[in-house]
Structure formats: structure tokens, C-alpha cells
Design a protein around this ligand. Structure first.
Ligand code: SF4
Ligand code: SF4
Length: 339
């Protein structure tokens, strides 16, 4: 019994030490200004895709992965890291948010309005929309709520709905396994934002990332809100300046411009925590930030990073087929090295 208690103590001690080391390693990685984060989607529940993408991008040199806040996503990401044997070098971040945040939305089709024109099918980078028995449907698991289908539908047949995460319930378990929690604050419910943020500050001692954009607040209100959130623990906080569109998928300067502009406003306000950019980001993002003299610490890429390797990831045997894996690896490495 005494021996078991000693073992438990040792386990707890080692666990704490490992967490502390990972936290410092993640801080150094962000401070290197070469931080590349792969966004798998705050609402992406396609676990096979998560496993394959984490395996591929970790092998390509990416060290930071942003996933849905569930044990299933963490397990899928860990399987991917085991495959590439990069478990010890990489950091997992789970994304949570205010209830109204668009990153927690999904889309569905109103069958009574849909004219089956099929325009939305090719627009979806997640391959979530399909036609069966003369109906257009969305696979909820694959939908990340990017709104591309919603924006393109000529008949307004697509509706958005919020898929609220019960992340506070799962947090004790998630906290043990992730190095970072990202809190999305794109909502006008400031009271809810502050309440949930305080909860995170009190309960989590890893890195906290705030994902914010300029769509809801004026620049002044946004900056004041960020300063207020950071003031209690600036050492463990970073910001992800989010641009629009949320899911660009295009590889040009225009698509990534809003992300760089959001980072510029935040950095010019005197906020001194590291800032990375997301939202419409692509292989041009780091270059654009440099050209505009916006001193970001890195780039988080979602849709574009997934799109360029999509045809390989969709293969069932992707992880067992060296030819597919190596071809995709070349593409992924090129993108990671652009940062
Ligand atoms: S674009 Fe709109 S109308 Fe066309 S198939 Fe999709 S949901 Fe239906
Ligand atoms: S386009 Fe975006 S919002 Fe529409 S189904 Fe695909 S992932 Fe979901």
C-alpha cells in the first residue's frame, strides 16, 4: 500500500514535470517566430482525416496541431504522431469557444428549398456534401462550418446551426493531454466570454491562446477586451489573429490580407504576447506579413493546408501506401518551410 502511494506520488511528480517542460518548449517554439500550426477544425469530427493529417504534417516538420476539443480527436492526433514518431516534439491544442462563435457552427441543407443544382458540392473543401437518391446532404461529422456552401448557394437553401461543445465537462481530462487551449471569442456575448475565460485561467496552467477577429467588435473594443483578458497571466497567453474568410483555400495575398491586418492592429496596440495569424492563411501569409512589417510569431493554416494534400488524404490506404505518403509529404514540407 505504501509502495503504491509512493508510486502514485512519483507518477504525479513526473507528470507535472513533463507538462512544465512541454509548456516551456511550446513557448520557445512560438518565440522562434517560425511557428507553424495546422488547424484541423474546431468542429471537425472526421477522426480518420485528423489522424492522417497529423501523421503527414508532423513528418513534414509541423509541431503544433489544433483539434476539436474531444478525447476522440486527441486520440486520433496521438495515433498520427505515433505514426510519424514525433510524439515528443509536437504540441496539441484543443479549440473551444463562446457558444455563438462561428468556428463552432455547422451547415445543413433545407430539402424543401434546395434545387439540387449541385453548386455547393465542389465548393466544400471537406468533401462533406454529397448527392444520394436525388437529395443533397451534408455529412455533419466532416463539416467544419466554414460557410463556403452557405455563401455560394443561389437559393439560400443552406442554414447554419451551432454545435455547442460541452468542453467544460471534458476539460479535466483534456487538460492532462493537451499543451494549449485555444478560446475563440468571436461573439457579442462579452459576459459569457469573460466567465468562460476566467474558468480557463483558474483551471488550466498550460498555454492559453485567444482567437479573435475584427468582425464583431470595433478595433478599440477588441483591443480593450484582449488587454483585459491578458492582464491576469500574460506569460502563458498567445493570440491568434483571425482573418476573413475563415476558410479561404486560395493561395493569394488577398485571401490572407485580413489576417495580417488583424495582427497589425493587435501588435500596434502595444500588446506584447506572441501573435500568430489564421483565417484565409496560405503559403503567402508569412511573406505578406514580412512585406507589411507585421512581426508575427507564426502562421496557423487550415483549409489551404488540407486542400493541397486532399487527393492523397482521401485514399483509404494513405498511411500504408509509401508512394502516396511520400508525394503528399513533399507538398506538405514545402508549405511548412514557407513559414
Ligand atoms: S447550392 Fe443550394 S440549391 Fe444548389 S444543391 Fe447546394 S443546397 Fe441545393
Ligand atoms: S462548405 Fe464548409 S460549411 Fe459547407 S458543408 Fe463544407 S465544411 Fe461545412
Amino acid at each position: 500500500m505504501i509502495y503504491q502511494m509512493q508510486l502514485m506520488k512519483l507518477f504525479k511528480k513526473n507528470n507535472k514535470k513533463e507538462k512544465f517542460v512541454q509548456k516551456n518548449n511550446l513557448k520557445s517554439y512560438i518565440k522562434s517566430k517560425k511557428c507553424f500550426k495546422l488547424i484541423l477544425g474546431a468542429n471537425n469530427e472526421n477522426y480518420s482525416e485528423i489522424e492522417k493529417l497529423v501523421a503527414l504534417y508532423s513528418a513534414a516538420g509541423c509541431r503544433f496541431f489544433d483539434i476539436n476539443a474531444s478525447m476522440k480527436s486527441i486520440n486520433a492526433a496521438q495515433r498520427g504522431l505515433k505514426y510519424s514518431q514525433k510524439n515528443k516534439d509536437c504540441f496539441l491544442c484543443v479549440s473551444v469557444g463562446a457558444d455563438n462563435d462561428p468556428h463552432l457552427a455547422k451547415c445543413k441543407i433545407n430539402e424543401n428549398i434546395c434545387k439540387i443544382c449541385e453548386k455547393c458540392i465542389s465548393e466544400c473543401l471537406q468533401s462533406a456534401i454529397y448527392k444520394v437518391n436525388n437529395k443533397i446532404l451534408i455529412n455533419e461529422k466532416n463539416c467544419i462550418g466554414c460557410s463556403r456552401c452557405y455563401d455560394i448557394c443561389p437559393f439560400n437553401a443552406i442554414e447554419k446551426y451551432q454545435k455547442i461543445q460541452d468542453w467544460q465537462k471534458n476539460l479535466p481530462e483534456l487538460m492532462k493531454l493537451c499543451d494549449c487551449i485555444e478560446f475563440h471569442i468571436i461573439s457579442d456575448n462579452i459576459e459569457e466570454i469573460n466567465e468562460k475565460w476566467n474558468y480557463l485561467l483558474q483551471n488550466y496552467n498550460g498555454i492559453l491562446s485567444i482567437c479573435a477577429d475584427r468582425s464583431i467588435f470595433s478595433d478599440n473594443i477588441l483591443i480593450n477586451q484582449l488587454k483585459n483578458m491578458i492582464s491576469k497571466n500574460p506569460d502563458n497567453i498567445m493570440i491568434q489573429a483571425d482573418g476573413a474568410p475563415m476558410s479561404g483555400g486560395k493561395n493569394d495575398y488577398k485571401t490572407t490580407l485580413q489576417a495580417v491586418a488583424a495582427a497589425d492592429i493587435i501588435l500596434k496596440s502595444g500588446i506584447s504576447v506572441p501573435v500568430i495569424i489564421s483565417g484565409g492563411t496560405n503559403s503567402k501569409s508569412a511573406k505578406l506579413a514580412k512585406l507589411c512589417k507585421v512581426d508575427i510569431s507564426g502562421v496557423a493554416i487550415g483549409s489551404y493546408a488540407r486542400k493541397i494534400v486532399k487527393k492523397y488524404i482521401e485514399k483509404e490506404d494513405f498511411l500504408y501506401n509509401k508512394k502516396y505518403f511520400n508525394e503528399a509529404l513533399k507538398i506538405a514540407k514545402k508549405l511548412v518551410n514557407e513559414i
